[in-house]
Design a binder for this molecule. Structure first.
Ligand SMILES: NC(=O)c1ccc[n+]([C@@H]2O[C@H](COP(=O)([O-])OP(=O)(O)OC[C@H]3O[C@@H](n4cnc5c(N)ncnc54)[C@H](OP(=O)(O)O)[C@@H]3O)[C@@H](O)[C@H]2O)c1
Length: 258
């Protein structure tokens, strides 16, 4: 029998992993998405969308679908889903893999201010009016509304519901190149960039562009991983190592009677 795998996706690593195991008879995998974006990235794996109803709902799903391995390859800021996945793997003991891509690190010429959350990011912009490029996703814009002295340029994949009054919107999905990011910042007169420390290559060009232009960056730190004590769990940085882990979990061809 193939290994039944549930991949909690929504990240580029999940897409790469989904492509890598498609057609591999060792796996019977399903990709689960939060359902946040109107046009999610195409996936060759069967897909489901929307929440499970908390940790217990996910534990029940693991049981009824007889899932052998749970891969948490969600965005590093999707902290609630990570907590629920870890709690579900305790409720219904299931081998668990967390794909946690490395955070970005400041280089010597970077002008970053690290902040713990979005409210602190909005405060870190200061009192003096500035032209701000917000690339924090469309769900986390509310704290900036209270700091209306600034002029905001908001970039997101889908239209945000709660952009600050008067904000200009750019609807776009990465990856972006450094020359494009520089052009955007220069032509729009951006003075400061606000971003989550998502890590990865797909959206890192904005950091290189800000560095080259000497712009300030307000960097929202990641939420920590949940407590993993006592679990059958591994944390890996990328899809290649996730595939290695899955290969170790999968029964061999002989065991499968192939
Ligand atoms: N989720 C993404 O794909 C994604 C992508 C880019 C950025 N982010 C960032 O992460 C932060 C939180 O986003 P979020 O609300 O999506 O995550 P979240 O706060 O961690 O999750 C909220 C709920 O959404 C459901 N959910 C999340 N991911 C799911 C998945 N892969 N499959 C099925 N259900 C899922 C779960 O509902 P139940 O409790 O009912 O199971 C979860 O409790 C935001 O800052 C957002 O910008 C998320």
């Amino acid at each position: 029998m193939p290994l039944k795998v549930l991949i909690l996706g929504g990240s580029s690593e999940a897409s790469v992993l989904a492509n890598a195991i498609t057609g591999d008879r060792r796996f019977d995998a399903l990709l689960s998405l939060a359902g946040r974006t109107q046009m999610p990235m195409a996936s060759p794996l069967p897909r489901r969308s929307g929440g499970f109803g908390g940790a217990q709902g996910l534990a029940d799903y693991l049981t009824t679908e007889r899932i052998d391995a749970l891969v948490v390859a969600i965005h590093p800021f999707a902290a609630q889903m990570r907590r629920h996945a870890v709690a579900a793997a305790r409720l219904r003991p299931t081998p668990l893999l967390i794909v946690d891509r490395p955070a970005w690190r400041a280089l010597p010429d970077d002008r970053w201010t690290g902040v713990p959350d979005m409210k602190a990011a909005a405060r870190a912009l200061g009192e003096t009016p500035r032209r701000v490029l917000l690339t924090v996703g469309r769900q986390d814009l509310a704290p900036f509304a209270a700091h209306g002295q600034h002029t905001y340029l908001v970039r997101s994949i889908d239209p945000p519901a709660d952009a600050p009054a008067g904000a200009e919107l750019i609807l776009n999905r990465g990856p972006f190149t450094e020359p494009d990011e520089r052009r955007l910042m220069e032509t729009r007169g951006v003075e400061v960039l606000v971003t989550k420390n998502a890590g990865g290559d797909a959206t890192a060009a904005k950091l290189a562009a800000a560095r080259a232009l000497g712009l300030d960056v307000v960097m929202v730190d990641r939420p920590p991983l949940p407590d993993l004590d006592g679990l059958d769990v591994q944390v890996v940085p990328d899809a290649d190592q996730a595939l290695d882990w899955l290969s170790h979990q999968a029964p061999s061809a002989t065991e499968r009677g192939v």
